[in-house]
Design a protein around this ligand. Sequence first.
Ligand SMILES: C[S@@+](CC[C@H](N)C(=O)[O-])C[C@H]1O[C@@H](n2cnc3c(N)ncnc32)[C@H](O)[C@@H]1O
Length: 426
Amino acid sequence: MAGRLFSFPPRSRTGTVVGERAQRTCLNPKVLNRERRNRGVVRAWCIVVPRERGEEIRRRLMDLGLLHEHLRIVREGERLFLPTTERVDLGFPMEQREFGTGFVAVRSYKDVVEVPDALRRSLPTSFDVIGDIAVLKVPEELQRYREKIGLSILRWNPKIRVAVQDRGVKGERRVRSIEVIAGERRTTTVHTEYGLHYRVDLAQAYFSPRLASERKRIADRVFEGEVVADPFAGVGPFAILIAKRRRPRLVHASDVNPAAVELLGVNIGANRAARVATHEGDARHILRQIAPVDRVILDLPHTAFDYLPDAFAAIGDRGVVHMYRILERADERAAADRIRGMAAQAGMEIRDLQLHTVRAYSPTQHHVAFDVTVVRASHRADPGTSPSASRTSPTKETPTTGRRSGRTSRRSEAPGHQSRHSARRR
Ligand SMILES: C[S@@+](CC[C@H](N)C(=O)[O-])C[C@H]1O[C@@H](n2cnc3c(N)ncnc32)[C@H](O)[C@@H]1O
């Protein structure tokens, strides 16, 4: 497997299809409007607006009921021609011109799904797409229509080959309870993120595409030569992105879930991420084994505090801990105070503590990251003399390379070397 990209799972010709075979007529407007039979030309009034005001004026026309929705907006350089149903004076030039017709207003699978009108409002408005799998949360009242909903999604977007319903993430391993509701009967796929390819199995190991930009944000902060610990690595999207896009000395990626570690190994091989060492086991144990490190990613939002003392203990003379939490806004200050208290207890001085909102989690809760830059109190160094001071830093973070002088043996743990802690290593 090493060094090879995956091939996608077999298509429905060989796979089992759940329920009636999805009719593969694509309903995506972009695709439909490309077809000649759906195109024609008509002459209509239009309003000519600068491109940067296009969205604002388009919405105004929609509100006024004057936008010709079945004609396509034309762009010429920096000007947009918005087709209108009649002559309108909004303070912009008007003219008549030709527009393409045949716009098919199928914007969502909801436009084609057959459910009773009374239940339409309960249809999921959005869903994750992981590789070629649509992952939906279907409300209780729509359970009897779940197959129809799934088939509508497959029909609407031909790139999606499987629709599954997510019945929630469970247990310490954060594995989803998954049911295939339409398409090929599988839970495995290959997801691409920042040009890297991850094999995932939604029923065996945690993966969420929603953290993609957060993973990039963290990767962008990693300095050359760092040793990074990702003890809740899942299938490896933090670790592999860091290894491939930055120049760390080593990224230790581990997880307690053997299925996740197996996929992690596959993904390291497929992406040729040589600077990742994998381990299987509890984060606390692994952090103790691989210390000292320069950076720890604590991506276990519901219980991250339990592991913060271990993360601080694993940091060398100085470093950064990224800790994720799900929090009410009102609890942010208390969480920051708790981090300060725990750092002091661990003999660490906080040099910088930043809070970053990753995404909304529920109407009142947010998924947040605390970026905690610490210095070991007994090793306080003048920042001007630290090796990191000469590096170009995108943030205030100033991690050193840890206890480098004491890490001669770690140097010998060059990628590819079998570490004594490493249950699986590629
Ligand atoms: C929220 S997921 C994060 C996955 C990964 N960082 C990502 O971005 O996809 C948390 C992961 O931590 C693992 N995990 C939970 N408790 C653990 C523990 N005590 N030690 C090590 N891994 C653990 C789970 O198996 C799961 O894969």
